[in-house]
Design a protein around this ligand. Structure first.
Ligand code: NI
Length: 272
């Protein structure tokens, strides 16, 4: 379908190019280019669309004003229904992430991927697959930076560059940030929410899968820690974590849990 349309657009381009001497792009390319152009990453010069005051809303992000949720950060959402958000950090990884996507797809589970900008630029096709299959992509900074150890302007650059990489790959803007290591101050949470609209997403269960404790340990920690409204942390760059997912997800489903993305979970806040 897409190939046919591209082919016909290409033919039309080839024909028109000689007459109009103009460049031609598919509708998808044009739409992506428009989105790219509205975002001026990390601008400090005060021109239209850039960050100016340093604490105000950044209109170039093209996001709903006020951002996501009532709070500046979440480690869970206080609801009583058995609903969870499964989150995967640090990817995408060229083989582990597609394997995880297959596992999620087989169970019709939607997850949230907090990607680092450098990986997003290397594997944009994996980001496009995430979006196509209903998952959410969040911002995990460009270089996996320790936010409490760098300047506010350096944080702005980390977030802006990654925001741009995600938009460039998918056409969809990220709406949340996961601070690497969970390291973020209250003050930083407040201005990041004010400027980027991102709440800082922490977690309610950390299986410490990056320490490679073994597949069954990762599963038992996630399953035993799950509570309604929980945000579960894992890393899709580690192969044993992916190995742990079929059993983890099947046990949680058997316990009656349903899975939503982080912003979907936040949208349930206030339901008690
Ligand atoms: Ni991380």
């Amino acid at each position: 379908m897409k190939t046919n349309r591209f082919f016909s657009v290409s033919l039309a381009c080839a024909f028109l190019a000689g007459i109009l001497a103009t460049s031609c792009k598919s509708p998808e390319e044009v739409a992506l280019k428009k989105r790219k152009n509205v975002f001026i990453a990390g601008s400090k010069t005060g021109e239209e669309g850039g960050n100016t005051a340093g604490t105000g809303w950044n209109p170039s992000l093209n996001l709903p004003r006020g951002g996501v949720g009532s709070q500046n950060s979440y480690s869970r959402v206080p609801i009583s229904e058995p609903i969870l958000a499964m989150t995967f950090d640090d990817g995408p990884h060229p083989t582990n992430t597609p394997r995880l996507l297959d596992i999620l797809k087989a169970r019709n589970i939607k997850a949230t991927f907090f990607v680092v900008g450098s990986n997003a630029r290397r594997y944009p096709h994996i980001l496009r697959r995430m979006v196509a299959e209903g998952h959410e992509i969040g911002n995990h900074t460009d270089s996996h930076a320790y936010l409490t150890k760098i300047s506010s302007d350096a944080i702005r650059r980390e977030l802006s560059v990654t925001h741009q990489a995600i938009v460039s790959a998918t056409g969809v803007a990220p709406r949340t940030v996961r601070p690497p290591y969970g390291a973020v101050t209250s003050e930083q949470k407040a201005w990041i929410k004010a400027e980027f609209g991102y709440p800082s997403i922490l977690w309610s269960v950390d299986p410490e899968d990056w320490k490679r404790p073994g597949v069954s340990v990762v599963t038992s920690r996630l399953v035993s820690g799950a509570r309604p409204g929980g945000i579960l942390l894992a890393h899709d760059i580690h192969s044993p974590t992916i190995d742990a997912m079929p059993s983890t997800l099947d046990q949680l489903l058997a316990k009656g849990f349903r899975f939503v993305t982080v912003t979907q979970l936040i949208s349930l806040e206030g339901r008690g």
